[in-house]
Design a protein around this ligand. Structure first.
Ligand SMILES: CC(C)(COP(=O)(O)OP(=O)(O)OC[C@H]1O[C@@H](n2cnc3c(N)ncnc32)[C@H](O)[C@@H]1OP(=O)(O)O)[C@@H](O)C(=O)NCCC(=O)NCCS
Length: 171
């Protein structure tokens, strides 16, 4: 019988390369056909190992998910950036390698990020998703998120709608 372990932990400097790979694959998978190709390529190119290395060294809150020793996902989070929303915390990004999606790992990573936010006093949480990202919107809705705002963001030559999902403080 083979066994494998699943774990979530804070990112370390040596993880920069692996997080870059997750970011690259997950963003292509999620946004191909949504974000214009040249803009998507630019975003991905900007987020190389040096970018992640610096983010980790600066103390950006980043969780990584490991399955059998391989980093297959990450989440970044911190204070809510939207002044017009009451939620204290925000999950800025949550991404899994495509081959690890749909088997419950995202739920686990999401709950770990919420737990970390709660530890810092950010019990209520908001997450933004592009409205064209059906998978993510369904995921947040099924996770109990309430739609609380809409906004738009420019990506290259297109303006895309994004939706904010919110969760009240738990416990
Ligand atoms: C969005 C994302 C983080 C969700 O993570 P995930 O691991 O795919 O999500 P889960 O597997 O926990 O849940 C997804 C679905 O699988 C189902 N599921 C959970 N565990 C399961 C299991 N063991 N077997 C079968 N299905 C399962 C869930 O019910 C859920 O259904 P739903 O989408 O209808 O709610 C992930 O899909 C992802 O990285 N997507 C691409 C990037 C992205 O869009 N990120 C969000 C940007 S805002």
């Amino acid at each position: 019988m083979s066994t494998f372990t699943i774990g979530v932990r804070r990112a370390e400097q040596s993880d920069a390369e692996a997080i870059t790979k997750v970011h690259d694959a997950a963003w292509r998978y999620a946004y191909d056909g949504i974000i214009p190709a040249p803009e998507l390529a630019r975003i991905i190119a900007r987020r190389g190992p040096r970018w992640w290395d610096r983010a980790i060294r600066r103390g950006t809150a980043i969780l990584v998910m490991e399955v059998a020793g391989e980093i297959c996902g990450y989440a970044t989070f911190g204070p809510n950036r939207a002044r017009n929303l009451a939620q204290k915390g925000e999950i800025y990004e949550i991404y899994l390698l495509p081959e690890y999606q749909g088997i419950g790992l995202g739920t686990r990573l999401f709950l770990s990020a919420r737990k970390e936010l709660a530890r810092f006093g950010f019990g209520s949480v908001v997450v933004w998703a592009l409205s064209d990202n059906d998978n993510a919107c369904r995921f947040y809705q099924n996770a109990g998120g309430r739609k609380v705002a809409r906004a738009s963001e420019r990506f290259g030559n297109v303006q895309l709608i994004k939706v904010a999902y919110a969760w009240a403080r738990t416990g």
